[in-house]
Each structure stands twice: as C-alpha cells, then as structure tokens.
Design a protein around this ligand. Structure first.
Ligand SMILES: [Zn+2]
Length: 511
C-alpha cells in the first residue's frame, strides 16, 4: 500500500492524463495543511464553457468524450465537505452532462464537477450523498414580486389590454387591499416576504429578483439578485430595477443611467416594459429606444407588445427578455413572441412573475412555458435550452453569472437535485413536481429535501422543520433569521392574522 501522500500524488498524476488539469505540482503554494498533515491540493486550470445562447445544441445525448472533471483556477481543496452523486450532473451553458456524475462542495463553494469518481480522489474526507437523481444549478428567477407571493390567484374574470388598465381597476384594488393595508406594518410585511422566500427555496430557487428594499427580517434564505451588503456573496451594487415603467424615467435620468452603464457601474437594468397588447404598452418600448436605453445592460421584463422586427433590434443591441408566459396568458390572453425573439438571437429567460397571475413557482412556470412554446413555436427550444432559461441564462442576464447559475468550480454551491433522469435529464427537470425535489443546497448548506439527504451534516443549518409536500415528507432547514427565529407555521400564522384564509400554499401539487 502506498503512503497517503504517495497515493494522492498518484491521483494527481493520473488526473494530469486527462485535459483541464494543469499539473505544476502536488502541493499548494500557500503550504496549507490538512489536519492529517498532508498538503492541500491546488487545482489550476481555467475552464469555462462557451457562451450560452437560446439555441444551444441539444446535449441530452452524452458524447463519448464528456469524461473530464472541471476544476477551475486557484481552488484550494481540503478534501472534506459533501460529495453529491447523481444519475446526471448538468453543468449548463451547452456543456455536456455527466451521466452519471458527481459534484464536490466545500464550504459555500463548488470545487469539482465531473463524471463519477473524478472528484472523489480529492474528496476523501467528504460525506458522500448518493442522490440517485439529476443534479443541476439552483434555479435563478429573474422576475418576481416576492412580497406578494402569499396571495392566491387574482380571478378578475376578464382579459386586459395592458398593465396600466388592470392596475387601475376596482377589482384589482379590492384584491390587493390586504397587501396594501398591511405592507406598512413591519411584522406583517416581514411575514409576506418571508413566505415568498420560503416558497422560492422549497421549489428549487436559490437566487431571486424582486425582493423589496432590504430589511433585516428577510435578509435570509435565497439570494436576492438585486440586494447587496455582502449578503449575496456579490458585494457591488450594479443592478438597477424599474417596476413602475419607462414613464418614470426622464431624459436626464436616462443619460445618468447610460453613463453608469458605460462606466461599468450598472451591469443590469431590469425594467418592466411593454406588458400587454395595446398601443400604450408598445409605446413604452419606443420610449425606451428614444431614451437610448436599448442596450446590453437592459433586461426587458415581458416585452409582450414587441413585434418581430423589434426583436431584431433588441438582439443587435444585446438587450434581453424575461418571459413570463403564464402571467401574460392569464391577464392578456397572449404572450411575448419568443419564437421571433429566439430567431433573432435574443437572450430569453423564463420566470413566473408572481402568484396573483403567474404560476406559483419557477418549475411550474418552466413546464407551462415548454408546453406553450412547443405548441406555438415547435422545434425552437430544446429541453437543454428550457433548463438554461431558468438557470444559466437568467444569471447571465442579471450579470450574476460569475457567482451562480452553473455548476462550475468556484461558484456558490447553490444546487438542486430532482428525481429521475436516466433517459433525458433535462426532461426530468421539466417534469419535476414538488415531490420530486430531493435536495436544495444553498451556499453549500443542505436546506430542503429528503431528511436522509438534508439532516446530519455539519453544514446543515440548525433550525429544521418537517414539511409535507404533495403526499411526501420533506424537511426544510435554515439559519436563525437576523431578526429572530421563525418557522413556516409561525410565518403562516402572522399572515393569517390579517388574511384569515391563510397564505397560498407553498406547493402547487396540481400543475
Ligand atoms: Zn412583474
């Protein structure tokens, strides 16, 4: 038997025989020591996937050479943490899946992704989690209104022409009164947002856009794409959002915003735009163009009123589209022409909007979007495209792809595991019901899923609650909130105090 150090050297040499591993030495320059006295390994190789497009090749069929692990530059591996194994691992961005594969997580980061046994040699002290499922990045939701996601669907009984019309209606005013009357009451508002964040987590979302301005009580759980202060892991505030519409932006403000974009101080401008079918909705787009804001940083949420020639201009400008089809269909009876947008080469992500008009969560919206797009624009999107539209593409649009959105070494260990996947792992993701969610890791912390996978790890947050999910039992775990302990039941109880029927259930077991 070789001594441990020799064994590890052998592993590194063997690893050097496949590509992506640069082998300048077998010990870390920093001389870091493992508890057993062995030096850490530093893996040096810059490996990134090709840029994502909406028309990625269908990588559901694994090419024979998809066998290399993908460590990245300058990552120190201690050998502990969690080693997740699954029938399939989906790195995204057009990279071929590993079937089967494994992901090594240490602390809050991914340190290795590869086929089975590629990461294991340097994960000798890691706890192995055999998930028997599909391992993919945690979902990234680029369009939501988290504070509203305790409300049930608004049944207005009619279709509308644009957002201005329904927002000004008596029916909407009545529907939203419980929100309006209680959103200035701190405990009530905290519970509203907490319910929305719990909903995101337990449905596989690990980064979400659309959380209100920061408050301590919900600086917690899933990452808020637009909030900073170190909470997300990304510390520079480079996103601007505009939910009220382009009519709130005057010429001088637009020029200031453009200057910030040119300087690199604003990397994503998330704007609700052209939502609906009317000339008034379309005029929002022409105003955006007039202001000079059709730019690469601009992420158009909806764009329902845009025409095919407009999408050519959007593509040339490098602007993006967030598609929320279920909300569009409920409110307007029609949706964004993403077939034309894709043909023009526009970046498109999928997000659910909010519970009052959209599907209740990203996975349910993904399934809705695929069904609609396959019918209206058959052959436009592959299953791999669809999964990219709720992960890597959404992260790119919001310029947070250096941190989340793919399974790449160095990124946050925000990971989702769903059941199945032996045949087409992307289809397994699209088909996943709430009861198919086996595990969610948030920054390396097992935070939701099967008790057998979540509980008992050093990295599992301390407050765990059992949770029935569409006929199965799961457990959800989190850190104490900065403002004190909460449980799913205590959050629901606060909401019941001003909304007797109680919050919209966390899981959609029907759709
Ligand atoms: Zn919206």
């Amino acid at each position: 038997m070789p001594a441990p150090a020799e064994l590890r050297r052998g592993i590194l040499i063997a690893a050097c025989s496949v590509s992506f591993w640069a082998c300048g030495g077998d010990s870390a320059p920093d001389g870091g020591e493992l508890p057993d006295g062995e030096p850490r390994a530093r893996l040096d190789a810059g490996v990134t996937g090709p840029d994502s497009t909406v028309n990625m090749p269908d990588s559901s069929v694994v090419p024979a050479d998809a066998s290399e692990p993908r460590p990245d530059a300058g990552i120190i591996v201690n050998g502990d943490g969690l080693l997740l194994r699954g029938r399939a691992v989906l790195p995204m961005n057009g990279q071929a899946p590993y079937m089967p594969g494994e992901v090594h997580v240490e602390g809050d980061k991914i340190v290795c992704v590869g086929p089975i046994d590629a990461c294991a040699p340097l994960a000798r002290a890691a706890t192995v989690l055999d998930t028997d499922g599909v391992i993919l990045p945690g979902l990234v939701d680029a369009h939501n209104h988290v504070a509203y996601n305790w409300l049930s669907e608004w049944e207005s009984g009619q279709l509308w022409q644009d957002a201005t019309q329904w927002r000004g209606s008596a029916g909407y005013s009545t529907f939203v009164t419980p929100y309006r009357d209680n959103s200035s009451v701190a405990p009530s508002f905290c519970a509203m947002v907490q319910w929305g964040k719990v909903r995101a987590l337990v449905n596989g979302v690990t980064t979400i856009f659309g959380t209100p301005q920061p408050r301590v009580c919900y600086r917690w759980l899933v990452r808020n794409a637009e909030l900073t202060s170190g909470y997300n892991g990304w510390t520079s505030d480079k996103m601007r959002s505009n939910t009220l519409g382009i009519g709130t932006v005057n010429d001088m403000e637009a020029q200031d915003l453009i200057a910030d974009m040119v300087a690199g101080d604003v990397t994503a401008y998330m704007i609700h735009l052209a939502e609906g079918l009317s000339a008034r909705a379309y005029a929002e787009y022409t105003e955006l163009v007039r202001l000079g804001l059709l730019r690469p940083e601009t992420v158009i949420i909806h764009g329902t009123a845009l025409t095919p020639p407009d999408f050519d201009d959007v593509a040339v400008a490098g602007a993006k589209i967030v598609w929320s089809p279920s909300s569009n269909m409920v409110l307007y009876g029609d949706t964004t022409n993403v077939g034309a947008a894709a043909a023009a080469g526009v970046s498109i992500s999928i997000a659910p909007d909010w519970t009052p008009s959209g599907r209740d969560d990203s996975l349910t919206e993904l399934r809705y979007a695929k069904a609609l797009a396959d019918e209206r624009w058959p052959g436009t999107f592959t299953n791999a495209d669809y999964v990219g539209m709720v992960t890597s593409i959404a992260a790119e649009q919001m310029a947070v792809d250096a941190y989340v959105g793919t399974l790449d070494p160095g990124k946050y260990a925000d990971i989702l595991v769903v059941s199945g996947g032996a045949a087409d792992p992307y289809q397994a993701v699209i088909d996943a019901r709430p009861s198919d969610i086996r595990l969610v890791l948030l920054g390396g912390m097992p935070s939701f899923g099967d008790a057998a996978l979540v509980e008992g790890h050093a990295s599992t947050p301390p407050m765990c609650f059992s949770m029935p999910v569409c006929g199965t039992d799961r457990v959800v775990c989190w850190q104490d909130t900065p403002s004190g302990p909460v449980s799913p039941d205590s959050v629901a109880e606060v909401i019941r105090g001003f909304y007797p029927s109680g919050p919209e259930p966390l899981f959609d077991c029907e759709n």
